[in-house]
Every structure is written in structure tokens, then in C-alpha cells.
Design a protein. Sequence first.
Length: 239
Amino acid sequence: YLPLDPSIAPPHSLSLSSHSTMKGIPDTVLWRSTATLSALSPLEKKHSFMARPSFSNHRTSLNSPALPFDLTMLSVLQGIEMGWEERQELAQRVAALPSQNKKKLIDFIEGSGGAAMSAVENNACKAFQCIPSQLSEILKKEDGVDQLTEHFQTLVSELIPTVESVLYPLQSSYKHFSIRRILLRCFRDQVLLRVFNSVPSRIPRLEHLVFTVLFESYDNSLEFDRFEKLANTVLGRDY
């Protein structure tokens, strides 16, 4: 497998092709309600890429040489279904990137306002059928706790393992890079800080979720401090 010379890629792009058409991506991938479209992040507006809800049964190929690599990674983060061979192929493409492009890929994923942050917020809005400003209302719904725990389970048991398998070459080359930690921090900052903002009292069924995120997303950020305070309410105690 021979990647194209990165020197022919457009400026500031991780594309492995000089084309920008989304050949091989079915029309069903390119959908969004008008309300959600208005809430698209600048990153998604830039790419005009609307993904399906996470892990649907529809299969599509991500191996088209005409599909820009940054769009490919965005679709992986948004939960497109992938077989083992597709994951292996993408991992090989990541491994074949020059060091400079690997660093650009890391920045594309974890940078402020980058692909991980956009995808995690977008996935939650699709799961809860809402726009970002409505995330604070999720737990007021009768089935809100069920929806949140189900979405979190999908994140940790399906999405994260899939993305880890694709980005293994990055994680083996750059020890500081952990896509699991990145996605859980994004979930904390983009989803849970909003969802928990209106929690009035303890919710025992969310304890596993809270402890997992507290432990695995720990950093010295203001966002972690805010989450820790909100977690006290969800847990019903100090710790």
C-alpha cells in the first residue's frame, strides 16, 4: 500500500488525494435536520460532512482514494460502521503517514475545536435528538438517564475501541497520545458539563459513568474542576 506523496496535498490538509469529492460515501451519510444543521460546529461546516447516527447497520467503504483523509477520520470519530479489514487498512494508512503528517493528524483530532470535540458533541446530539443548547435538558426527560447510560456504553464499548484500532500507529509512536483519554475528556467537556448542570440531587444509576470519567479524564483543567463539583451532586456525597 503506497500513500500518495504528501507534497501534493492541499495546504493544511491531511488528504491522501488531491481530490475532494466524497466518492464511495452513500447519500444516506449526508443527512441532517435543519435544526441540527444550524448548530453545526465550524469544523463540520468547513467539511459539509453529515454523518449517520452512531454504528448503524449500513456499511460503506472508507477506502476510496478520492476521500480526503481528514474526512475519513472525522467519519470514524462519528461512529461509522467498519469491518476488521477496513480498520486494518486505515491503520496502515496512518502508519504510512510521514511524521509531519502524523503530528498534523494528532492536532486535527485533539486540537481546540478539533475533530474529536466536534464528533463527540455531534454524536450526543444525534443520540438524544437535540441541539447542543438542549443537552442540559436531557435528564429532565423520563428516559433521560437510560439514554445517557446507553450512549456512554456505546462510546466506551464500540466507538473508542474502533478508533483505537485505527489510530494504534499514532499511540505507539507518540506515547502522550491516548485517543481514549481524548474522547472521554471531550465527552466530559462537551456533554456531561451541560447534562449535569441541572442535576438537583443524587442519581445512583450514573455512578459508574461518573467514576469512569473522573478517573480517566483527570487533568488540571478548569473543566475537570467544574465536572468534579457537578459529580458531587450526582454522587450525593463528597469524595
